[in-house]
Write a protein that binds this ligand. Structure first.
Ligand SMILES: *[C@@H]1O[C@H](CO)[C@@H](O)[C@H](O)[C@H]1NC(C)=O
Ligand SMILES: *[C@@H]1O[C@H](CO)[C@@H](O)[C@H](O)[C@H]1NC(C)=O
Ligand SMILES: *[C@@H]1O[C@H](CO)[C@@H](O)[C@H](O)[C@H]1NC(C)=O
Ligand SMILES: *[C@@H]1O[C@H](CO)[C@@H](O)[C@H](O)[C@H]1NC(C)=O
Ligand SMILES: *[C@@H]1O[C@H](CO)[C@@H](O)[C@H](O)[C@H]1NC(C)=O
Ligand SMILES: *[C@@H]1O[C@H](CO)[C@@H](O)[C@H](O)[C@H]1NC(C)=O
Ligand SMILES: *[C@@H]1O[C@H](CO)[C@@H](O)[C@H](O)[C@H]1NC(C)=O
Ligand SMILES: *[C@@H]1O[C@H](CO)[C@@H](O)[C@H](O)[C@H]1NC(C)=O
Ligand SMILES: *[C@@H]1O[C@H](CO)[C@@H](O)[C@H](O)[C@H]1NC(C)=O
Length: 367
């Protein structure tokens, strides 16, 4: 389970659109039309920022409708200043040289010690940031402190545009453990389940290093440098002989999200530690719940050395494969006609008419 759009937000998204124009939904069996070719991470067709991070090539008009994905680059990210974070992903143009992270939703804050704070309020629905670059195998370590409140979930995951996903998750009422999980194209493969790994000193008060070591043939989760779980690609082969192992380029995402709300399923609420208590004294005094991120390090492990002009990953044409083929290309990732420009033109009228919550899907309206 990872940061999901809350039901109220989806409803408000749909409501906003029916008022303005019909918004086409998309999935792998119902592709976007050429007039709005890109299928966003939320499953709506559009242009502009719909074609950037999260754009699903397999549900878009053609395999090349989405912009190429910025290629992996080794990095040690710290957050003493936030100039490398674009605080509103709507304005991203795909230029990963300019920004390392975008804020997809919610609000980031600086802690006094220079860590990045991710906030959750009753109104903001949680905060999620995504790396602008993708990892196509690599070792990612996040040093973080989790939330400690029932119903509040902290997460550090990798997520591909076709929803291959690798998780570290921290339900707020369990501050001595972390949970590992993974998904293949949005589903939990039949042969595996999530894991719980623990006996940690309080994860709210203490920093720990959580690692996702994602190699082509094996996936390892580690805490403070100690391996706690290993999954081989071959472990994910189903009875049909198909391996359901995360295999597509993925963004690194960090989030805090409200699992313990009435809009969630009962199982989710229980998993997260119950309904969130918005009267919690911590919430009352700070005005938000939060998680802190001190650093994120990324060491790329592409299956072969990339050429020096490598800029991006593109999905291959082999649609008969269960996991699409990925190529490294020198194609630009920058969407020169993007939101950044059109948003200026559309500022005021359209934004205000549509209201908060609908921004992710606005591209189509501003063409
Ligand atoms: C795909 O989208 C179409 C059109 O919105 C819808 O009718 C269909 O049920 C969807 N399929 C899946 C598997 O979600
Ligand atoms: C990140 O930090 C590690 C450990 O200090 C170092 O070995 C590595 O070279 C650094 N990577 C980059 C890209 O700076
Ligand atoms: C991307 O951003 C960098 C740094 O701001 C800039 O030098 C470069 O020209 C931009 N690239 C494109 C294609 O806009
Ligand atoms: C991003 O900008 C859009 C347009 O100004 C706005 O509607 C939206 O609320 C902003 N999102 C965040 C997370 O601040
Ligand atoms: C964090 O602090 C830096 C340095 O003081 C400042 O430039 C930046 O705007 C702050 N960011 C936020 C989100 O408050
Ligand atoms: C947890 O750690 C403590 C201290 O290192 C140890 O005594 C205890 O056996 C550990 N418990 C489990 C379940 O691993
Ligand atoms: C959530 O559900 C509980 C139990 O049904 C109810 O007591 C509570 O009022 C609901 N909260 C909201 C905000 O709707
Ligand atoms: C397409 O993918 C399938 C399954 O991975 C593979 O057997 C086949 O050789 C691939 N075809 C091409 C043309 O690459
Ligand atoms: C991109 O790569 C192709 C070959 O794959 C090459 O022909 C072309 O010159 C390259 N373009 C640039 C701008 O390097």
């Amino acid at each position: 389970m990872s940061f999901k759009l809350s039901i109220p937000l989806v409803v408000s998204l749909l409501a906003s659109f029916s008022a303005v124009s019909a918004q086409t939904q998309c999935n792998a069996t119902s592709l976007c039309p050429s007039s709005a070719p890109c299928c966003s991470e939320f499953g709506f067709c559009g242009t502009g920022d719909f074609c950037l991070g999260g754009c699903n090539p397999l549900a878009s008009n053609t395999l090349t409708s989405c912009m190429p994905e910025p290629v992996c680059q080794n990095a040690n990210h710290t957050f003493k200043d936030t100039s490398r974070i674009l605080t509103n992903a709507t304005y991203f143009d795909g230029n990963a040289t300019k920004y390392d992270w975008v804020v997809n939703s919610g609000t980031i804050i600086n802690s006094t010690a220079g860590e990045l704070g991710l906030t959750l309020t009753e109104d903001n629905g949680g905060t999620r940031i995504s790396s602008t670059r993708y990892v196509h195998y690599g070792t990612i370590t996040a040093r973080l402190k989790t939330g400690k409140w029932g119903g509040v979930v902290t997460a550090f995951i990798t997520m591909s545009d076709i929803k291959d996903e690798i998780d570290w998750e921290f339900p707020g009422d369990q501050v001595t453990e972390g949970q590992s999980n993974f998904f293949w194209q949005g589903v939990i493969p039949q042969k595996t389940v999530g894991g719980t790994h623990g006996n940690l000193t309080d994860t709210f008060s203490n920093y720990h290093d959580y690692t996702i070591d994602w190699q082509e043939d094996a996936l390892t989760w580690a805490i403070d440098g100690q391996t706690v779980r290993t999954l081989k690609r071959s472990d994910t082969t189903g009875d049909d002989g198909v391996s359901r192992y995360p295999s597509t380029p993925s963004r690194v995402q960090l989030s805090i999200w409200p699992a313990g709300i009435n809009a969630s399923g009962q199982g989710t609420i229980e998993w997260a530690g119950g309904l969130i208590n918005w009267d919690d004294p911590d919430y009352k005094s700070a005005g938000h719940f939060y998680a802190l991120v001190e650093s994120v390090s990324i060491t790329c492990a592409d299956s072969k050395a990339n050429p020096s002009d490598a800029q991006s990953y593109v999905y291959g044409k082999n649609t008969s494969a269960f996991s699409p083929q990925i190529a490294v290309s020198n194609e630009t990732t920058v969407n020169s006609g993007a939101m950044a420009l059109r948003a200026l033109a559309g500022a005021g009228g359209v934004w205000t008419a549509i209201g908060a919550g609908a921004f992710m899907a606005l591209g189509a309206l501003l063409v």
